[in-house]
Design a protein around this ligand. Structure first.
Ligand code: HEC
Length: 313
C-alpha cells in the first residue's frame, strides 16, 4: 500500500515538472531537495571532512569508499533507478537538511530507511522517518560503534545496503571501503564548502576511475565495476547540466558514457580486458571534456544561468 501511494506521489511530481514546457528535466541531484534550497544545493556542497591516513592501503580503501558512497548502483532496485546514493542523504558525509523524498521523508532532512519503497526485506509498513545524521560530526553523538576491531560499522552498512535497500551484497573491498570512509570523517578535518562545477565533478570521475584501475589490476572486477558505475553517475550529473540547446557539446559525453557502461559490464567477467579498454577510454577523454569546458559558461553550472532556469518554478 505504502509503495503504491509513493509511486503515485512521484508520478504526480514528475507530471508537474514535465509541465514546465520543454525545459531540461530537473537534475537528478536536485530532485530530492526542497525548492527554496535548490539553487544553494546545486551550486555548492558541504566541505570534505576526510582525515588523510599515512598508510597507503588505507588511503586506497577510503578512495574506494568515497566513490562507492556516490554510486546509486550500490543501493540497487528503486534507489538505483532514481539516482539515490548514500551521498544523497549524507552530503559529502554530512547530513542533508533539505532532503525531501516523497513517501520517505517527513520534515525536510529526515528519511525512513525502513520504508518498503526501497526494500522487499525490511519494509515495516510504518512511516517512521528519522533525522539524517551528520556522519562527519562528533562521533560521540552517533549510535553505531565505529571501532575497527568490533566490525559493527561494517555490519550496519551491509544491512543498510542489502536489507533497508535492495542492493546486492557489495564486494568485500567496497564494504571495507565504505566503513573506512565513514571512520575517516572527522569534524576537525572539515574544509570550506565546495563549489559544484565541471572541474570538481571531473576530479571525482578521475578519482573513481583511478580506484577502478587499481581494483582491476588486482583482479577484483566486481569492485572495479561498481567504481566505474560511480564515475558513470557523475557523467550523468554533468549531462544534466547541459540543456537541450547545448546538446552538440554534450553528444560526445553521451557516447563516452555508453562506452564506459560496456567496460563496466566487461569488468565483471574479464577484468584484464576491461582494464585495457578503460585505459583506452581514458586516453580519449579530451574528446568529450573539451566541448563541455568550452560551453560551461552557458550551462547550468553557471549560477546566473541556473537562476534563470529555476526562477519560473
Ligand atoms: C534515504 C536517506 C539515506 C540514505 C540513502 C543513506 N542513509 Fe545513512 N542514515 C539515514 C538515516 C535517516 C539514518 C538514521 C537512522 C536511525 O536513526 O535509525 C542513517 C544512519 C546512518 C549511519 C549510522 C549513524 C550513527 O548514528 O551511528 C551510518 C554509518 C550511515 N547512515 C551510513 C550510510 C551509508 C554508508 C549509506 C550508503 C550505503 C547510507 N547511509 C545511505 C539516511 C540515509
Amino acid at each position: 500500500m505504502i509503495r503504491r501511494g509513493v509511486l503515485l506521489v512521484l508520478g504526480a511530481t514528475c507530471a508537474a515538472l514535465a509541465g514546465a514546457a520543454d525545459r531540461t528535466p530537473l537534475p537528478m541531484s536536485a530532485r530530492w531537495t526542497v525548492p527554496n534550497q535548490l539553487k544553494a544545493d546545486l551550486t555548492s556542497e558541504p566541505g570534505d571532512c576526510l582525515t588523510a591516513p599515512t598508510d597507503p592501503a588505507q588511503t586506497r580503501s577510503i578512495a574506494i569508499g568515497a566513490a562507492a558512497f556516490r554510486a546509486p548502483l550500490l543501493l540497487g532496485g528503486q534507489a538505483a533507478r532514481s539516482g539515490l546514493s548514500c551521498n544523497s542523504c549524507h552530503r559529502a558525509g554530512h547530513d542533508n537538511p533539505a532532503f525531501s523524498y516523497p513517501g520517505l521523508s517527513g520534515a525536510p532532512g529526515t528519511a525512513d530507511v525502513t520504508a518498503s519503497l526501497f526494500s522487499s526485506h525490511r519494509g515495516d509498513g510504518q512511516f517512521n522517518p528519522k533525522p539524517i545524521p551528520n556522519l562527519a560530526g562528533d562521533k560521540a553523538l552517533l549510535k553505531i560503534d565505529q571501532s575497527q576491531d568490533r566490525g559493527e560499522l561494517e555490519l550496519f552498512i551491509l544491512g543498510l545496503i542489502t536489507q533497508e535497500f535492495d542492493g546486492p551484497t557489495p564486494s568485500p573491498a567496497v564494504l571495507t571501503g565504505l566503513a573506512s570512509y565513514v571512520r575517516a570523517l572527522s569534524p576537525q578535518a572539515c574544509r570550506a564548502p565546495a563549489r559544484i562545477d565541471l572541474a570538481s565533478t571531473l576530479v571525482r570521475i578521475d578519482a573513481a576511475l583511478d580506484s577502478a584501475r587499481r581494483s582491476a589490476q588486482s583482479g577484483d572486477g566486481a569492485t572495479a565495476a561498481l567504481l566505474i558505475s560511480s564515475a558513470r553517475s557523475q557523467l550523468q550529473l554533468i549531462d544534466e547540466r547541459y540543456p537541450a540547446s547545448l546538446s552538440r557539446s554534450a553528444a560526445p559525453l553521451r557516447q563516452a558514457a555508453a562506452r564506459l557502461g560496456a567496460i563496466e559490464r566487461q569488468m565483471i567477467s574479464d577484468p584484464a580486458g576491461g582494464l585495457a579498454a578503460l585505459g583506452q577510454w581514458r586516453r580519449a577523454e579530451p574528446k568529450w571534456k573539451r566541448p563541455l569546458q568550452a560551453s560551461e559558461a552557458k550551462s547550468l553550472y553557471n549560477p546566473a544561468v541556473l537562476s534563470g532556469w529555476l526562477s519560473p518554478r
